[in-house]
Design a protein around this ligand. Structure first.
Ligand SMILES: [Zn+2]
Ligand SMILES: [Zn+2]
Length: 111
């Protein structure tokens, strides 16, 4: 069982988040990756389960550089990221963050 307790968290509002877990595992998330994995109801519905994924639009009117305006701790178990696109309802529990760790090791363990 992996640890979902962070030992150290480093947040860069313009590049991403790095977490070192108590079991020594190291996770690095880009902002885009975190935004794409927002666990809130709005985003998970938008991603959908049955709907065909829309191809990435090459020209997006609202395209601007994704940044975080801030991060707030939510109790002891989660972080809330405040995105510069106005989205602030995503509460990323450490369990969720550990579960979406993008490293090769975690991906191979899961599949
Ligand atoms: Zn969301
Ligand atoms: Zn990992």
């Amino acid at each position: 069982m992996w640890s979902t307790d962070p030992k150290n968290i480093e947040v860069s509002l313009c590049s991403g988040v790095q977490i070192v877990w108590k079991d020594g595992h190291h996770s690095e998330y880009t902002l885009q990756y975190l935004r794409d994995h927002c666990p809130c109801a709005t985003c998970t519905n938008a991603h959908g389960t049955g709907a065909p994924a829309a191809p990435p639009a090459p020209f997006q009117m609202y395209k601007k550089v994704l940044k975080m305006d801030g991060v707030e701790p939510v109790g002891r178990y989660a972080l809330r990221f405040l995105w510069n696109d106005g989205h602030t309802t995503g509460i990323y529990s450490f369990e969720h963050l550990r579960g979406i760790c993008p490293c090769a090791q975690c991906h191979s363990e899961k599949s």
